[in-house]
Design a protein around this ligand. Sequence first.
Ligand SMILES: [Zn+2]
Length: 77
Amino acid sequence: MSTPEKLVCELCGSSNTSRSRYARWDIDTQKWEVTDLSDYTWCSACDNEITGEWLPLELKDIAKFAIKKENEDGIPK
Ligand SMILES: [Zn+2]
């Protein structure tokens, strides 16, 4: 596994960032088909369109990440 990282806002430093994608309504499958066409990144903390910076997770983030992963793997708390 590669080093866990986070995308942070270069304007306010928040990791509350989102990447949007386009979805196309497919008549045949009757489902939204998500495409990868959009490269639009958004910071929810300061409400700006951002480029974003990838940073390695800090120790406390890695701990949270590991706990979350453990829970997803079905290991009891
Ligand atoms: Zn921001």
